[in-house]
Design a protein around this ligand. Structure first.
Ligand SMILES: Nc1nc2c([nH]c(=O)n2[C@H]2C[C@H](O)[C@@H](COP(=O)(O)OP(=O)(O)OP(=O)(O)O)O2)c(=O)[nH]1
Length: 131
């Protein structure tokens, strides 16, 4: 049976733009995603996201309302992705494990090749933030 993993992603918005990250080598190589990662056993979704952002982007966010929850079956696993609006509260995002990070308008976001699990969240953001 395929493993099921619970993942959280940060939708960091500033001045109408959203922080988008491109995956490096490995699964879903080169596709775009929201920074974040797997929820560990002792964590809530929000505490996992705070930790992941410190580890990946070397800055701190405050986690707000949920954007979307979706489940997608990949060939390697079934992923349930929950995205949350986040506010940057300390530092600037730094590129560490991603191939690229960009601040995109909702219409620029729609042009990027996203990891399939992220597409409903990207659509929701275009509604919330305006295309
Ligand atoms: N962080 C993140 N992961 C996503 C998104 N969309 C999506 O399908 N995923 C998938 C990719 C990974 O299989 C999984 C997240 O785990 P991760 O970020 O720890 O991924 P990874 O491949 O670097 O992890 P690892 O197994 O090497 O530890 O969820 C997203 O928007 N953000």
């Amino acid at each position: 049976m395929k493993k099921h993993i619970n993942v959280v992603g940060a939708v960091v918005v500033r001045g109408g733009r959203v922080l988008c990250a491109q995956r490096g080598a490995g699964a879903l190589d080169g596709l775009w995603e929201f920074p974040g990662g797997k929820i560990e056993l002792d964590e809530t979704p929000r505490s996992a996201l705070e930790r992941e952002i410190v580890e990946e982007l070397l800055c701190r966010v405050e986690v707000g309302a949920e954007v979307a929850t979706t489940t997608h079956e990949y060939d390697f696993a079934i992923v349930t992705l929950t995205t949350f609006y986040c506010e940057l509260v300390e530092g600037e995002p730094q590129l560490t494990e991603h191939a690229d990070v960009r601040w995109c308008t909702p219409s620029e976001m729609a042009e990027l090749p996203w990891a399939p699990a992220d597409v409903p969240a990207v659509d929701q953001l275009r509604i919330d933030l305006g295309a």
